[in-house]
Design a binder for this molecule. Sequence first.
Ligand code: F6P
Length: 484
Amino acid sequence: MTPHEQNTVLLASNRGPVTFTLAEDGELIVRRGGGGLVSGLSNVAAGADAPPGMLWICSALSDGDRRAVRLSPGGRVDRSGYETGPLRMLDIPPATFHRAYNAIANSTLWFVHHLLYNTPNSPRFDGLFRREWESYRAYNETFAAALAEEAAPGARVMVQDYHLTLVPGMLRATRPDLRVSHFSHTPWAPPDYFSLLPGDIGAEVLSGVLGADHAGFLAERWASAFMDCCESQLGAKVDRACRTVTHDGRTTRVGVHPLGVDGHELWVRASEPDVESHVAALRAQTGDRQVIVRIDRTELSKNIVRGLMAYREFLAGHPEWHGRVVHLAFAYPSRHDLPEYREYTAAVQRYAKEIEDEFGTDDWDPLVLNVDDDYARSLAAYRIADVLLVNPIRDGMNLVAKEGPILSPRAALVLSREAGAAAELGGDALLVNPYDVSGTADALHAALVMPEAERMARAVRLSAAATALPPRKWFADQLTALSG
Ligand code: F6P
């Protein structure tokens, strides 16, 4: 058997399970990669019950990663210390990567699926956009070529997310023997919004995904939107009852796999000493006041500014809560290569400062904003939460909404109806329209005055729903979907 014949399950994602930084002395330092997709998949791709013959292919994201690839035969980077299973990193030229990742994936496809455009000014699809699109194509081609080169005959290939929408179609053309899935970790735009994209580009994205045998989504709503787009933009034949899309003589099955959390693993991690000491430190800050927690990447879709506006309106309307409540808002850095994200982070900081100035007193800080990333501290915050605020404009799933109720048995959940998680958690959360600041302020109040027994009963049900499809089962279900 040649080495490649062993690769019977391949996983492809932009971000990999580890990333490298270059120390001043030129030494490479390896760290765990960030983000929800990676943390969900890392534990699955390694360890005893990882599928045999699995290879993970990801992109080099930084100079450190590129250096690591160049030092590794066949791009098989050494993950010393991190058990991820075999990993191949692709050394994509930085300019191509930048245009594919920042300009197309994060500034175009992400904006389309999360409905983020300020349409009087953007988007503008011009000559520059076309050149950026060429890079997105080239980046997808690099992945498709690596997968085609590595995959054993008849292997199963699981392609992840909006960065790689063209890969399934490209693989279909070169390796029709492979069984391919594509999974979207984002929402999918409704047809009217998707059609902001130039027609040929939208068609390329849809046909790219339809190159897969199985197209997976986190919620029924996103799967339906995808099928609607295929029907209206491509004229594809959609069977909603069977969840299939037929186009160009091929049929793609559409699946809904609402990724959840491994409750036991989360509890074990959240009981470790570093988390315990953060619990003590946070308690020293909040005292015995009620605690409203939010934890997000500083991401436009997370709606952090409106969340702060709602807290301000709540404080303004409820002086009886002054001195009795603290809002812990953790907004850790994300995508700082994009100016919109840097401006958004500044807006969050400005707004937080205004709240502190308006309501803070010598012995009460109404708001604690942290903009640095500290996973152990986030777990500690969940543990002391009385209310968890999750109010995205739109979100594929939102795992914060699922992790919180597992770690805080008495937290009430204020949840945006636009998060994928609302489909499973809506019955026991206080659902809000994310644009409705006053409605969110009212929901914060309702959550705070909810009797403890009711909060606890809801949290038990929320926690059960949140753990219904842990990452291992989520992954196994998709592999099974490719077996039939
Ligand atoms: O929501 C889609 C997603 O891929 C998540 O799984 C992940 O947390 C996030 O986007 C990562 O974004 P980035 O890799 O740009 O930091």
